[in-house]
Write a protein that binds this ligand. Structure first.
Ligand code: HEC
Ligand code: HEC
Length: 200
């Protein structure tokens, strides 16, 4: 794993040195982002989040949080700190607009109908008796998000579960609302929500 990471960072240095001048988002994606996130931000690998159709305002805030190292969970620091440190505000704005305009591929499938149904109920109406709010109130009825609210529809199950667990700690300090919300979620809720969302 470490060896591979070192190899990747060597290639990144090479790619950046070839692109000393300001780049278009399209070229940055083809030459760099797509290595992990797939072309146009549609990746089939559970290791990497989908970026296609992600809201530009949210996208920009995350790229800046990687760059100033405030989004500090392990994979953020391993994979995104170095890359974001080389990008200007202008690059980030261009990338955000580019990825927002990409059409998300619908790859999710229902693998557990019971979990899916539980996830759907929690997402759309929440569970007042346990203090779980309806996620849809902020993330949108179709989990499409909007402005500062990330799109969750079609996101990889593994990535969603990982991030919900990150919110139990303090490594994403910008996610104030989420820190409170996850306190009411059980492991089973997280499984169910991730199963529902990946299939949207
Ligand atoms: C070497 C692999 C790799 C490359 C190359 C890469 N990323 Fe990432 N990226 C990741 C990983 C892994 C994560 C998830 C980090 C986490 O778990 O917090 C991520 C997360 C992100 C996120 C946050 C997504 C969210 O939903 O919060 C954005 C935005 C992003 N990357 C944009 C980019 C852009 C733009 C590029 C190209 C300039 C790029 N990435 C190149 C691996 C990579
Ligand atoms: C009060 C509004 C609000 C509610 C309700 C809410 N969220 Fe969020 N959520 C946010 C915001 C804002 C962010 C972005 C945080 C940031 O900027 O880091 C976020 C981020 C997330 C992320 C990380 C996405 C990514 O790409 O990394 C996940 C996953 C998530 N929310 C799931 C949920 C689920 C599941 C529920 C319901 C149990 C829920 N949220 C309810 C506002 C909300």
């Amino acid at each position: 794993m470490m060896k591979n990471l070192i190899k990747i960072s060597f290639f990144l240095d090479l790619i950046f040195s070839l692109n000393a001048n300001a780049e278009t988002a399209d070229r940055l994606d083809k030459q760099l982002c797509s290595i992990c996130h797939g072309v146009g931000g549609n990746t089939t690998s559970e290791q990497f989040p989908m970026l296609a159709g992600q809201n530009a305002v949210y996208f920009t805030s995350q790229m800046r949080a990687f760059r100033d190292k405030s989004r500090a969970n392990l994979n953020a620091s391993r994979f995104m700190w170095g890359i974001s440190s080389r990008l200007t505000d202008e690059d980030i704005d261009k990338l955000a607009a580019y990825f927002e305009a990409q059409t998300p591929a619908h790859v999710g499938k229902i693998t557990d109908q019971v979990k899916y149904d539980q996830g759907k109920t929690l997402f759309t109406i929440g569970d007042q008796s346990r203090g779980v709010p309806a996620c849809a109130a902020c993330h949108g009825e179709k989990a499409q998000g909007g402005a500062t609210m990330p799109r969750l529809a079609g996101q990889h199950e593994e990535y969603l579960k990982k991030q919900l667990k990150v919110f139990y700690g303090t490594e994403r300090p910008a996610a104030v609302a989420m820190h409170e919300i996850v306190k009411a979620l059980t492991e089973k809720d997280i499984e169910a929500l991730a199963q529902y969302l990946q299939a949207q």
